[in-house]
Write a protein that binds this ligand. Structure first.
Ligand code: COA
Ligand code: AMP
Length: 635
C-alpha cells in the first residue's frame, strides 16, 4: 500500500481503519464499539475493550515461544555496565515487583510516582504498575524536589518508586534525598517509598516509609496481569504548559497499545526481534512510548542507555552502542547530534565503528536545523528522518512513514501527516490558509487512538488549552505551514513553551520563580536561539527602585533560584538586568520583540509600543552581555 492511499483511508474511514489496527494486538475482550464519545463529548476509542499492556509487552511473547529473546539491553557508560535481560527475565522481575506492590496495598486505580535514573528498574517499575492497573507518573530525574512535590500533590501517589542515586556525566545525583525533600514539601503523603539501592556513593538514611526494592522483589511471588478496560489510565505524564502549573497528560491503555504497535511497524519500520534504541529518558514521552512500551509490544529489544552523547566518555558513545548491540533503528533529539558534531566535526569516531545494522535515524523533540541533517548525511549513509509529535499525542503526528512508503526527504520539513491525523494550518480566525502560508498547526477531531484522553483532574484546562480556540479541532500550540506537496514545516511554538536540548519547559513558570526574588520588580523570560541546545532561556530583569543589590549577585541568585525550584534541566544561565521592559501602551510585555533583538533577527517595532527608545536600550544591554552574539554573526 502506498502512503497516499493508506493515509486517505485512515481519514475517510477512521472506524474501519482503526478497527483493523486493533487486530494487531491481543485483547482479553476485543472492542466492538470502535469510536464513541465520553461524558464531555470528547472522542473515545475502543470503549468496551479489555486488555493489559504489560501482558502485550512481556507475557504474550513468552507464550508465543520467545521467552529467551533479549528484551532489554542496559548500556551504562557511566557505570561501565552492559547487561541484557530476556523477555522471561523481565517478566519474572516485573511480576514479582507487582506482587510486592500488591502486598504493600497497591491496587487497580491507585497512582504511583516513579523518579529514577535511566536503569532497567525504571522500566520494570512502569511495567509492574501497568500489570496491576496502577497508574504511573514518571518524573524526569533532572527536576528538583519542588517540581516533584507539585506532581505528588496533583496525582496523589500511594507509592513512590526511586533509586538511591544516578550519575550525571561526572557527578552523583542522590535521588532518594530529593524524594524525601519533595515529600516534606508536598501536602500529600505517599504511604511507601520503594528504594533501589544502587550501592553508589554514601548510604542513604533509612526512613520509616522506605521499602528496599531488592528485598521486596526477592520476597514476592509473581502475580498475573489484571484485565483493564481500554480507557483505564495507563499513565499521567506532566508536561510544561503556559502557566507555572504543569499539565498532567492522561493516556489510556487500549488506544496507546494500538498506536504504539502501529508506530513501530508503520513509522519506524522495525520488524519483530529488531533492536530499537530511543536515546531519551523514561521521564519524557519518548521514553514511555519508544523506550518502554512500543518496542516491547512489538517484540523488539530496547536499549536503556545511561549516558550522554558526549563526555560518557566521548563523542563515540552513540556509535559504539549502535555497533555493539546491532541497533536497527535509532531515535534521538537533534541536540544530541549537534553535540557530537561539535566534538567530532570530521566524524572520525564514526569511521571506527561498524554501523551496518542501522537502517534509519529518527530525530524529534525540537526543530532540526538543516546543517545538522547535512552533517549526518555526510557521515552516515542512512536516511535521517525528522518527525513531529508531542507529549499530548504520545506518538508521531507528522513523519515520513518508513514502514509504509519512504517518501522523498525534504530537509527542513518534518514530513507529511501520519495516518489518523487530519492536519490543517489555520489563521487566527480558524480559516485554513493556503500552501506556504504560515499559521497555527491544528488537527481535526477525532484525534486517532493513543492520544491524550484528558488532563488529570483538570478537564476545564484540557478544553481551554486544546479544544476551544478552534472548535472541532485540537490546537497543538505550534506554528507551521504546508508546502505545495503537503509537506509540513514546523516553525516553533506560538506560546510560552520553549524547547531546551529537546526538553520542554515553560517560560511562564520561570518568570514566576524569577519574580519571587525580593529584589525583582518585574521580569520576562524568553527562549532565544542556541547553537547547541536549540533554545535557551534568557531572563530580563528590572530591579525594585532603590534596591542596592549588586547586579552580579542578583544574577547568580536568580540562576540558583531557578535551579533549586525547577532543576538543573532548566538551563537558565543568562540573566540580564535592564532598566525597563518594552511594553505596549496597554502594558503588554513585547516578548517577541525582545526575542528578535536577542536572536539578531529582522524585526518591526510594533506601532503600539509605549516608547521606541527602549529597543536601542535592550539591544545595547544584550550586546554588553554578549547575548545573541552567535546568532548575530550568522546573519
Ligand atoms: N538528572 C539530573 N540532572 C540532569 C538530568 C537528570 N536526568 N538530565 C540533565 N540534568 C542536568 C545536567 O547535568 C545539567 O546540569 P548542569 O547545569 O549542572 O551541567 C543540566 O541538567 C542541563 O542538562 P542538559 O540540558 O542535558 O545539558 P548538558 O550540557 O548536560 O548536555 C547535551 C548537553 C546536548 C549532551 C544533552 O542535552 C543531550 O544529551 N541532549 C539530548 C536531549 C534528549 O535526548 N532529549 C530527550 C527528548 S527526545
Ligand atoms: P514534548 O511534548 O516535550 O515532546 O514537546 C513537544 C514540542 O516539541 C512540540 O510541540 C514542538 O514544539 C516541539 N517539537 C517536537 N518535535 C519537533 C520537530 N521534529 N520539529 C520541530 N519541533 C518539534
Amino acid at each position: 500500500m502506498n502512503y497516499k492511499d493508506f493515509y486517505t483511508s485512515s481519514i475517510n474511514q477512521p472506524e474501519k481503519f482503526w478497527a483493523e489496527q486493533a487486530d494487531a494486538i491481543e485483547w482479553y475482550n476485543k472492542p466492538e464499539i470502535i469510536l464513541s464519545k465520553d461524558q464531555n463529548g470528547y472522542p473515545l476509542w475502543y470503549k468496551d475493550g479489555e486488555l493489559n499492556i504489560c501482558y502485550l509487552a512481556l507475557d504474550k511473547h513468552i507464550q508465543d515461544g520467545y521467552g529467551d529473546q533479549v528484551a532489554l539491553i542496559y548500556d551504562s557508560p557511566v557505570t561501565q555496565t552492559v547487561k541484557k535481560y530476556t523477555f522471561s527475565e523481565v517478566k519474572s522481575e516485573v511480576a514479582k515487583l507487582a506482587g510486592g506492590m500488591q502486598s504493600l496495598g497497591l491496587k487497580k486505580g491507585d497512582t504511583a510516582v516513579i523518579y529514577m535514573p535511566m536503569i532497567p528498574q525504571a522500566a520494570f517499575a512502569m511495567l509492574a504498575c501497568a500489570r496491576i492497573g496502577v497508574t504511573h507518573s514518571v518524573v524526569f530525574g533532572g527536576f528538583a524536589p519542588h517540581e516533584l512535590a507539585i506532581r505528588i500533590d496533583d496525582c496523589k501517589p500511594r507509592l513512590i518508586i526511586t533509586a538511591s542515586s544516578g550519575i550525571e556525566v561526572d557527578r552523583l545525583i542522590t535521588y532518594k534525598p530529593l524524594v524525601d525533600e519533595a515529600i516534606e514539601l508536598a501536602s500529600h503523603r505517599p504511604k511507601k517509598v520503594i528504594v533501589l539501592n544502587r550501592k553508589l556513593g554514601a548510604r542513604v538514611p533509612f526512613k520509616k516509609y522506605d521499602v528496599d526494592y531488592d528485598a521486596l522483589v526477592y520476597g514476592s511471588e509473581e502475580v498475573p496481569c489484571v484485565p483493564l478496560n481500554t480507557t483505564h489510565p495507563l499513565y499521567i505524564l506532566y508536561t510544561s504548559g503556559t502557566t507555572g502549573k504543569p499539565k498532567g497528560v492522561v493516556r489510556d491503555t487500549g488506544g496507546c497499545a494500538v498506536a504504539l504497535k502501529f508506530s513501530m511497524q508503520h513509522i519506524y519500520n522495525v520488524k519483530e526481534d529488531d533492536v530499537f534504541w530511543a536515546a531519551s529518558d523514561v521521564g519524557w514521552v519518548v521514553g514511555h512510548s519508544f523506550i518502554v512500551y512500543g518496542p516491547l509490544i512489538n517484540r523488539n529489544a530496547t536499549v536503556i542507555f545511561e549516558g550522554k552523547p558526549i563526555k560518557t566518555p566521548d563523542a563515540s558513545t552513540f556509535w559504539r552502542v549502535i555497533s555493539e548491540h546491532k541497533v536497527n533503528a535509532m531515535f534521538t533529539a537533534p541536540t544530541a547530534i549537534r553535540a557530537i558534531k561539535k566534538e567530532d566535526p570530521n566524524g572520525d569516531f564514526i569511521k571506527k565503528y561498524d554501523l551496518s545494522s542501522l537502517k534509519t535515524q529518527f530525530l524529534a523533540g525540537e526543530r532540526c536545523d538543516i546543517a545538522t541533517l547535512e552533517w549526518y548525511a555526510e557521515h552516515i549513509p542512512v536516511p535521517a528522518i525528522d518527525h513531529w509529535w508531542q507529549t499530548e499525542s504520545g506518538w508521531p503526528m507528522i513523519a515520513n512513514m518508513m514502514g509504509v512508503e519512504q517518501l522523498p526527504i525534504k530537509r527542513g520539513s518534518v514530513g507529511k501527516a501520519v495516518c489518523g491525523y487530519d492536519i490543517k494550518i489555520f489563521d487566527e480566525e480558524g480559516t485554513e490558509v493556503g500552501p506556504n502560508e504560515q499559521g497555527y498547526v491544528v488537527i481535526k477531531l477525532p484525534l486517532p487512538p493513543g492520544t491524550l484522553l484528558d488532563l488529570w483532574n483538570d478537564n476545564p484546562r484540557f478544553k481551554a488549552g486544546y479544544l476551544e480556540q478552534f472548535p472541532g479541532y485540537y490546537f497543538s500550540g505550534d506554528g507551521g505551514y504546508k508546502d505545495d506537496d503537503d509537506y509540513i514545516f514546523i516553525t516553533g511554538r506560538v506560546d510560552d513553551v520553549i524547547n531546551v536540548a529537546g526538553h520542554r519547559l515553560s517560560t511562564s513558570e520561570m518568570e514566576e520563580i524569577v519574580s519571587s526574588h525580593n529584589s525583582v520588580a518585574e521580569c520576562a523570560v524568553i527562549g532565544i536561539n542556541d547553537a547547541l541546545k536549540g533554545q535557551t532561556p534568557l531572563a530580563l530583569v528590572v530591579t525594585k527602585l532603590n534596591d542596592s543589590i549588586e547586579h552580579f549577585q542578583l544574577e547568580q541568585e536568580i540562576i540558583q533560584l531557578v535551579r533549586q525550584q525547577i532543576g538543573a534541566v532548566a538551563s537558565l544561565r543568562n540573566v540580564v538586568i535592564v532598566e525597563r521592559l518594552p511594553k505596549t501602551r496597554s502594558g503588554k510585555t513585547l516578548r517577541k520583540l525582545m526575542r528578535s533583538i536577542a536572536d539578531g533577527d529582522d524585526y518591526q517595532i510594533p506601532s503600539t509600543i509605549d516608547d521606541e527608545a527602549i529597543v536601542e536600550e535592550i539591544a545595547s544591554v544584550l550586546e554588553k552581555y554578549e547575548i545573541g552574539t552567535y546568532n548575530k554573526k550568522q546573519h
